[in-house]
Design a protein around this ligand. Structure first.
Ligand code: GLN
Length: 466
C-alpha cells in the first residue's frame, strides 16, 4: 500500500495500533522463511493519531543506532550493543510519528553484495528463497518487497551500491541520495566519505514523501546540506519525459545476463516512443572507478574498525594477564567475520607508508577524475540511464563458488555513481522470468528530486514495472 493511501485513511488510535500489530505479526511469520530482520521492536505502539505519519511502519537497516533497541551492523562483535541514542534519521521519523518495526539484516558492517556476510541469519530473496537478497542492505530489499501491500518503507544505506543492488534484486524502488542529503549521525561507519543513508519503498511516490521528512541539515553531521528541494512538488511538476537523457555504452557492455539487456532495451524503446530524446555516452573510467572504490572504501573501513577492540563497544573478553595486543587480537579474531578481516588487511596495506602513494593517493586522484567525467556529461544531460546490476539475483550455490574479487567486480555499475556521490534511483523492471531487473536513473548532485520524478513518471506510464 502506498504511504498516501495510509495517510488518507481516517483511523482511530486503536485501529492504527491494531494495524501496526498486524504488520508486525505478518513480518514475524515471514521472517522465519526469509530472515530479513535481525531484531524486532518489542515495544508496543503509542498513540499516533495526531502525528504526521500516523504510525507508518518503518524498518531500519541495522547500521543505524536505535535508542534501547539492539544495533549490530550485522556483526557478532556488536551482538549485545544497545545504543543510548537514536540516529538523526530515526529520530526525525519517530518525531513525525513513525513506528520502527525493527532492524534489517545486512552484510557485516556493509561489506558485501549479497548479504551472505551477515553474522546472523542470512536473508533470502523475496522472489525465490534459493536466491540471495543482494547487499549489503539485503534485509531492507526483502522486507520492502514482501510488505508491498502494507504501508511500509525501509531506511537503508549505501557506500558503494548497497541500496540499489538489493532494490534491483528484490524488485523495489530505492533512492541513494546525493552525499550529504541525509544525516550520517548515528550511522555505524563503513567509509565516511562514501556512506549515504537512503530509502526503499514500493513506489517512487513514497521515496519522495519520506525524503521530505528526513532530509536536510543536521548540526551533528557537518557534511549535511540544507536543501530547499520539495520532493513531492517536484515529482508532480517536473517534465521528465522532455528532459535530455543519455544511456551509458560502457555499462551496457558489462551486462552479463541477457534478460537484463532485454528489459533495459524495452524501457528505453518505450521512452523513445513517448518522445524522449536519448543519446549514447561513454564513461571511460568505469573500471578504474571500481578499483579506486575498493581502495578508498577499505582504507577508510580499516581505520573505522579500530574502535572495536573489546573495550569500548560490544563484546569483551578476559583481559587479565594479557598484553593489550594479545587481548585486542583475541577479541577481533573471534568476533570479526572473514570478509571483515580481508578488508582490514587490504585497507591497512593500501595506506601503509611506502604503498600509500601507489594505491591510496592514486585512488583519490582517480576519484576526482571520475567525478569530473560524470559532471561533464551531466552538463549536457538531465539523466543518465543504465541497468542497475549486470546479473539477476544469483542462487546461494552460485555465490558460494565466487572468489572475493569476482564478487567485487559485480559492483561495476553501482560503484562509480557512489564514488561520485551522485543521486541514483532504482526502478524495478519485469523480465520474462519471475525475477526483477533494475533500471538506474542517475542525475546531477542536488538534483535528487528530478531523479525521483523520472522514476515516478516511468512508474505511472510504463507497463513493464515489476
Ligand atoms: N558491495 C560493496 C562493498 O562491499 C558495497 C557495499 C555497500 O554499499 N555498503 O563494499
Amino acid at each position: 500500500m502506498k504511504v498516501k493511501e495510509w495517510l488518507n485513511k481516517e483511523l482511530s488510535n486503536n485501529e492504527i495500533k491494531e494495524h501496526i500489530l498486524h504488520i508486525k505479526e505478518k513480518a514475524k511469520k515471514l521472517n522465519k522463511d526469509y530472515n530479513f530482520m535481525i531484531t524486532f521492536n518489542e515495544e508496543d505502539p503509542k498513540d499516533f493519531q495526531e502525528t504526521k505519519l500516523k504510525g507508518l511502519v518503518v524498518s531500519v537497516k541495522d547500521c543505524f543506532t536505535t535508542k534501547n533497541m539492539r544495533t549490530t551492523a550485522g556483526s557478532k562483535i556488536l551482538e549485545d550493543y544497545v545504543p543510548t541514542f537514536d540516529a538523526t534519521i530515526v529520530k526525525r521519523l519517530k518525531d513525525s510519528g513513525a513506528y520502527i518495526l525493527g532492524k534489517t539484516a545486512m552484510d557485516e558492517f556493509g561489506f558485501g553484495s549479497f548479504s551472505t556476510n551477515c553474522a546472523f541469519k542470512v536473508p533470502k530473496n523475496a522472489n525465490d528463497v534459493n536466491r540471495v537478497a543482494g547487499g549489503s542492505s539485503g534485509g531492507a530489499g526483502v522486507i520492502t518487497q514482501l510488505l508491498r501491500e502494507e504501508p511500509h518503507i525501509a531506511i537503508a544505506e549505501s557506500t558503494g551500491g548497497s541500496i540499489s543492488n538489493p532494490a534491483a534484486f528484490n524488485g523495489v524502488y530505492s533512492i541513494t541520495p546525493t552525499y550529504g542529503l541525509l544525516s550520517r549521525y548515528g550511522l555505524i561507519d563503513y567509509a565516511n566519505t562514501l556512506d549515504k543513508p537512503g530509502v526503499m519503498a514500493s513506489s517512487a511516490y513514497d521515496l519522495a514523501f519520506i525524503l521530505n521528512i528526513i532530509k536536510g541539515r543536521d548540526e551533528r553531521d557537518p557534511t549535511t546540506h540544507e536543501y530547499s528541494l520539495d520532493f513531492l512538488k517536484t515529482i508532480t511538476s517536473f517534465d521528465a519525459i522532455n528532459s535530455k537523457i543519455a544511456i551509458i555504452k560502457d555499462y551496457e557492455e558489462r551486462i552479463i545476463d541477457e534478460e537484463i539487456k532485454k528489459s533495459f532495451k524495452k524501457v528505453i524503446d518505450f521512452l523513445i516512443k513517448e518522445g524522449a530524446e536519448i543519446e549514447e555516452i561513454s564513461l571511460r573510467l568505469t573500471d578504474a572507478a571500481l578499483a579506486s572504490y575498493y581502495i578508498i572504501a577499505t582504507a577508510e573501513a580499516s581505520t573505522n574498525l579500530a574502535k572495536y577492540c573489546g573495550m569500548r563497544y560490544g563484546k569483551e573478553g578476559n583481559v587479565k594477564g594479557k598484553h593489550f595486543d594479545e587481548y585486542f587480537s583475541e577479541i577481533r579474531s573471534k568476533y570479526f567475520g572473514e570478509e571483515v578481516k580481508r578488508r582490514i588487511i587490504l585497507g591497512s596495506f593500501v595506506r601503509m607508508a611506502g604503498y600509500r602513494d601507489a594505491y591510496y593517493i592514486k585512488a583519490l586522484k582517480v576519484r576526482s577524475k571520475v567525478i569530473k567525467e560524470f559532471k561533464q556529461h551531466l552538463q549536457n544531460y538531465d539523466f543518465l540511464l543504465a541497468p542497475t546490476m549486470p546479473i539477476l539475483p544469483p542462487t546461494f550455490d552460485e555465490v558460494g563458488k565466487l572468489r572475493p574479487h569476482e564478487i567485487y567486480a559485480l559492483d561495476v555499475l553501482t560503484v562509480p555513481v557512489n564514488l561520485a556521490g551522485l543521486p541514483h534511483v532504482n526502478v524495478p523492471l519485469k523480465t520474462t522470468l519471475s525475477l526483477p531487473a533494475g533500471l538506474h536513473v542517475i542525475s546531477d548532485h542536488f538534483k535528487d528530486a528530478n531523479a525521483v520524478a523520472m522514476a515516478y513518471w516511468i512508474e505511472k506510464h510504463y507497463k513493464g514495472i515489476f
